[in-house]
Ligand binder design. Sequence first.
Ligand code: ASP
Length: 318
Amino acid sequence: MNTDQSAEAKPTPWTHRHLLGLEELTAGEILTILDVAEDHVALSTRQEKKRNTLQDKVVVTLFFEPSTRTRASFHFAARRLGAEVSDFAAAVSSLNKGETFIDTARNIEAMGIDAVVVRHSVPGAPHLLAQHLRCSIINAGDGAHEHPTQGLLDIFTIRRIKGRIAGLTVGLVGDIAHSRVARSNIHGLVKLGARVIVCGPPTLIPADIRALGVEVDYHLDRILPQCDVVNVLRIQFERQRSGLFPSIQEYFRLYGMHAGRLAEARPDLLLLAPGPINRGVELTPEVADGPNSAILQQVTNGLAVRMAVLSLLCGDRS
Ligand code: ASP
């Protein structure tokens, strides 16, 4: 399947009410988000203090799975755009008293909400909300399905550092089968014309993944010298059944990013990881904190990307 729309891709006007995944977006729409994010960099790095794009808007974060970066990033992004923000604590809500997911969300919406940022362990949960609620729904990660703003901030970081996406070779390394970050990266990168190679143990790569327009290789040392970018994905122990690879030591030997392995890569290899990182499992501290790594830049860029998404979905279109 050739999904590369990059040849003629130009930013196209934004028409969506929700952001559910990168699979649903065209190359032009992804470029629009990236360009709007670019316009928010000064705000995200606090060179500019505040805007009022979302003045009088109300954003709720509704997280049913743990989060460090994504939730805080949406919160700060919305606040710096002038919105009112509330973080809904699923663990202490009436869900514990038997209220359904939809009823909970509907009750929150009844308080006059413009956007719900939702994370849930069930794939498709944000899509379900989009069918039942009138406000904008932003998918902040649904099971192993998609994590669109993470995919966008990864792509944004690549474009800022490498100057382009089309023609780059990007390796996605690790637990491809259980990673929503992998899927969002694949949809976005392939649409923008990158060559994407997924790499990891055969048990952690879905058999039908080539249908998404990627190459598959089980040997990191073979693909590494070809890569402009490697995105190191965490082993999603919480989503796996056991026994998918022999041991963490064996995984690290074959797929861990360490200084010796990095020496075989291009000197300007760009190393990304969505976080949380497990130091010593997917990559060593010297690599995570070294000159090739843009891990903390990703976090900073995440703010600009989420500001872009919130403004496109909820800002007044005049
Ligand atoms: N934080 C990302 C996610 O929620 C990546 C990860 O957990 O490995 O999917």
